[in-house]
Design a protein around this ligand. Structure first.
Ligand SMILES: Nc1ncnc2c1ncn2[C@@H]1O[C@H](COP(=O)(O)OP(=O)(O)OP(=O)(O)O)[C@@H](O)[C@H]1O
Length: 278
């Protein structure tokens, strides 16, 4: 921990009374390829509490997506443990729903409503009537009621991402996992989606683990940020940023925190280049 580190909760008493929803402890993730063993991240620790908006921030290749996959149960740690509600994560489950960057994550032959209903039905979480009710409710929350019977190819990129968010939210997961969900959108739409996500959070108070490599996006959408070093990712610091939103991007406090994170990431890049002789 360094000067940018803050406690997750205000007092030791608070800490004792709050069990983390998600506990990632000493997690190392690796990929075995035919020729190499790639270490994606090394001994990463973080804890996520109910209704937090927790952001994994770091340069390309530092293992952010890999960490999200591991929390999703798609990639097993070679070292350390991941616990959700005190239980070891060993496989994917409906308690963790993922939203990806890609616009083609929605089957094109299903309407918006059918897309949102699908995981509810496939997981057995709801019967058809309940699934329809939950789907329409989630679709209304992302302001797409008028498009409930439209097909994905008739929607804009931003609208497709709202459907993907509605589909995940309808499952009422313990944690919503978001892998750079707005990265492929144009700047204005991205900003609008960040605003809508924060409104949705105000309304529903879900728990979110959000991956980005944009410092500004991390500060806007997050309540807490885990800053990771370059490949293989290691925890650099935790930054408390729950006071920031889109309205504060021009404020001196926002700008100075953004600069401090930038310096931290950039210093790492220089170190990494130095160590490889680049
Ligand atoms: N399926 C895979 N097989 C082998 N190596 C992989 C695989 N997926 C990721 N990696 C490697 O693991 C490291 C971490 O990748 P990861 O995608 O988790 O990083 P990231 O921080 O999400 O990057 P980006 O911001 O570019 O998406 C990288 O070196 C990457 O090349």
């Amino acid at each position: 921990m360094n000067a940018l580190s803050y406690p997750a909760v205000d007092t030791a008493a608070d800490a004792a009374s709050h069990r983390p929803l998600l506990d990632v402890s000493g997690v190392t993730l690796q990929y075995k390829t035919r020729d190499h063993l790639v270490t994606a991240c090394y001994r990463v620790d973080f804890q996520l509490f109910q209704a937090e908006r927790f952001v994994l921030l770091g340069p390309s290749g530092c293992g952010k997506s890999s960490l999200l996959k591991a929390v999703g149960g798609f990639l097993a740690p070679v070292e350390g443990a991941i616990r959700l509600n005190g239980h070891a994560v060993t496989q994917p489950g409906p308690d963790r729903m993922m939203v990806f960057q890609e616009f083609d994550q929605l089957p094109p032959w299903k309407t918006v409503k059918q897309n949102v209903m699908f995981p509810l039905l496939a997981s057995g979480k709801a019967n058809r009537r309940e699934a329809e009710e939950k789907a329409l409710d989630a679709i209304a929350k992302v302001k797409l009621t008028k498009f409930a019977n439209s097909y994905p190819h008739t929607l804009s990129g931003g609208m497709k991402q709202r459907v993907a968010i509605a589909r995940a939210m309808a499952m009422e997961p313990d944690v919503l996992l978001m892998d750079e969900p707005f990265a492929a959108l144009d700047a204005l739409t991205r900003r609008k989606m960040q605003e809508e996500l924060l409104q949705l959070w105000d309304d529903v108070r879900f728990t979110m683990l959000f991956v980005t490599h944009s410092i500004e996006e991390a500060l806007v959408v997050g309540s807490r940020i885990l800053v990771l070093s370059p490949h293989p990712g290691q925890v650099k610091a935790e930054v408390n940023c729950h006071d920031f939103d889109l309205a504060s991007t021009g404020s001196p406090a926002f700008q100075s925190t953004a600069r401090r994170i930038h310096t931290m990431l950039f210093a790492d890049e220089v170190e990494a280049q130095g160590s490889t002789g680049a």
